[in-house]
Design a protein around this ligand. Structure first.
Ligand code: 13P
Length: 248
C-alpha cells in the first residue's frame, strides 16, 4: 500500500550544466519505472531549470530547505510558496546538516514542516541520532522528540514522508545494517501510530538515508518498514542513482 520513494539529495553540488546533464541521463535510465516515486533535490539555483527539463517525466523535484515565513524582510531566504512556484513538489526539512551546521532547532523545523504543508507541498522530515546518542542509550528518546515535536500541530500526514538518517552513517560509508534500519523504522512507525491512527501509520512512508549505494539498497529495501531511500553521494551519478531507483 506504500509506494516506494527514492529521493536524491544533491546537497551543495552541480552547476546548471552538470545538473541538466545528470537529469538528462537519469531520465532515460529510469523512464520505464512506474512503481517508484522518484525525486531529485538539486541546489536552489537549478530548480526552475530542472522543472522545465523534467516536465512530463516520472521524476519530481524537491528543495533541500526553506524558510517558514511565506514572504517578507528575510534577506537570503526562500519560502515554500516560492519553491512551489519554481516547480517543487517536495521540501526536505530538518536534515542533520541543517540541524548541526546551521543550528536549526526542533521548533524551527516544526515551523518549516507546517509552512511546507500550508503551501500545498509535501515534506520529507529528516530525523536521526548521532553515534554518541546511540551509544549512550539516548537514541530512542531523541528520535521520539524529533518525531513528536517535528510533527506537532500537523494533521495532514498524507503529505508527510519521514526519513531516518543516522548521523553517523551520512557520508561516512557506514550504513546502518538492514536490521538496525528495520528496528528504528518499526519504532518510528509505532510513534506515528501513537500520534495518529494505525491506518495513518501504515500509510506513512519512512525512508532510510545514510550511505545508500547500489550495493546495499536491495537489502535495505527488503525490510518491511523501509519504504525508500534518501540518497546523498550516490545520487550525483546517474548510473548509481538509477540502479538504486531500480532496487530489487
Ligand atoms: P550519503 O548518501 O552521502 O551518505 O548522504 C545521505 C544524506 O544525507 C541524504 O540526505
Amino acid at each position: 500500500m506504500r509506494t516506494p520513494m527514492i529521493a536524491g539529495n544533491w546537497k551543495l553540488h552541480k552547476t546548471l550544466d552538470e545538473a541538466v546533464n545528470l537529469v538528462g541521463a537519469l531520465k532515460t535510465k529510469v523512464k520505464d519505472v512506474d512503481n517508484v516515486e522518484i525525486l531529485v533535490a538539486p541546489p536552489f539555483t537549478a530548480i526552475s531549470m530542472l522543472a522545465t527539463k523534467l516536465a512530463g517525466s516520472n521524476i519530481k523535484i524537491g528543495a533541500q530547505n526553506c524558510y517558514f515565513e511565506p514572504s517578507g524582510a528575510f534577506t537570503g531566504e526562500l519560502s515554500a510558496p516560492l519553491l512551489k512556484d519554481a516547480g517543487c513538489d517536495y521540501v526536505i526539512v530538518g536534515h542533520s546538516e541543517r540541524r548541526q551546521i546551521f543550528g536549526e532547532s526542533i521548533e524551527m523545523i516544526n515551523n518549516k514542516v507546517k509552512a511546507v504543508l500550508e503551501a500545498g507541498l509535501s515534506v520529507i522530515l529528516c530525523i536521526g541520532e548521532t553515534l554518541e546518542e546511540r551509544e549512550s542509550g539516548e537514541m530512542y528518546d531523541i528520535l521520539t522528540a524529533q518525531v513528536k515535536e517535528g510533527l506537532a500541530g500537523v494533521t495532514d500526514m498524507e503529505r508527510v514522508v519521514i526519513a531516518y538518517e543516522p548521523v553517523w552513517a551520512i557520508g561516512t560509508g557506514k550504513t546502518a545494517s538492514s536490521e538496525q534500519a528495520q528496528e528504528v523504522h518499526s519504532f518510528v512507525r509505532g510513534l506515528v501510530q501513537g500520534l495518529y491512527t494505525p491506518e495513518i501509520a501504515a500509510a506513512t512512508r519512512i525512508l532510510y538515508g545514510g550511505s545508500v549505494k547500489p550495493g546495499n539498497v536491495d537489502e535495505l529495501m527488503a525490510q518491511s518498514d523501509v519504504d525508500g531511500a534518501l540518497v546523498g553521494g550516490a545520487s550525483l551519478v546517474a548510473e548509481d542513482f538509477a540502479r538504486i531507483v531500480k532496487f530489487e
